[in-house]
Design a binder for this molecule. Structure first.
Ligand code: KMH
Ligand code: ZN
Length: 275
């Protein structure tokens, strides 16, 4: 089996310090959390940024500052910026990090509209997906295709036939967002079986489903995402001290299952990123 790519989603846009005081907001806190995840075994940092008061933003300058801080601490880690941002942001706002210099190697591309955690609607119309895909292609950015429900895989396949994506696809299967597909073994198997055969995939699951679902992904040859964006607890009722602590737990699961951990250059090869 391929080495395991561990992605750390270190802050996201929704979780707060009230829920876990270790959620990073400032540039320095983001750097510290990225470094803890990298040192523990993450080869990819999925990056959202916040202002110092915790407000999520897609501001290009804020991304630049956070990336500079992360690069100072772990120069080789792969940085995977979000183009999802937070619910309610416009497409234009969300796309800002793709225009960073240097251009990101990979970024998220959300593949459908979904009720997001209750009454909020995370809007990704087909026109938006095509617009994002065109821009990614022009800039040479690999999309990490974010899937919140099974129909989104069908959307990707349809657009792939029309030439919106280059050859090998990489998916992030997200289970357990209230409004999206539930985090069950049956659903994970169904999602994986629905992917084009040559795809790579990682698995994200929300809250207490994080570790059970990624363990199954590791067994199926998929990759794993953990981090405060998705889950704030290291075990039942115990808040995680850092993203590094969450990554360490994945590493220990993978080791027990005999799966080697990818470093950033392994991950670049597996994902077919420019080197
Ligand atoms: N914050 C969510 C609304 C992404 O990064 O592309 C969207 C999200 C997905 O986190
Ligand atoms: Zn995200």
């Amino acid at each position: 089996m391929e080495k395991l790519i561990i992605t750390a989603a270190i802050t996201g846009a929704e979780v707060t310090k009230e829920q876990n005081p270790n959620v990073p907001y400032t540039v320095e806190e983001i750097g510290i959390q990225a470094e803890s995840a990298f040192k523990a075994g993450a080869s990819v940092i999925h990056l959202h940024v916040r202002y110092d008061d915790g407000t999520p933003t897609q501001d290009k300058e804020r991304f630049r500052d956070c990336i500079t801080e992360i690069r100072k601490r772990c120069p080789e880690v792969i940085i995977l910026p979000s183009t999802g941002g937070a619910v309610g942001m416009t497409a234009e706002e969300r796309l800002q990090p793709i225009y960073l210099d240097p251009t990101p190697e990979i970024a998220t591309l959300d593949c459908g509209t979904v009720n997001f955690g209750g009454n909020e609607i995370f809007v990704n119309t087909e026109t938006m997906i095509m617009e994002f895909a065109d821009k990614f292609k022009t800039l040479g950015i690999k999309p990490e295709l974010e899937i919140f429900d099974v129909g989104m895989i069908d959307t990707v396949k349809r657009l792939h036939k029309k030439g919106y994506f280059s050859a090998s696809l990489h998916f992030n299967l997200v289970l357990g967002v209230p409004g999206g597909i539930a985090a069950t073994t049956e659903n994970l198997v169904f999602l994986v079986n629905s992917l084009p055969k040559t795809s790579t995939f990682t698995v994200t699951a929300i809250g207490r489903y994080e570790f059970p679902m990624i363990t199954q992904s590791i067994a199926m040859g998929g990759h794993a995402r953990v981090g405060f964006e998705d889950n704030l607890y290291i075990s039942k009722g115990i808040l995680a001290k850092s993203n590094g602590e969450l990554v360490k737990k994945v590493v220990s699961i993978a080791e027990k299952m005999g799966r080697e951990i990818a470093n950033p250059s392994d991950a670049q090869l597996i994902l077919g990123l420019k080197m």
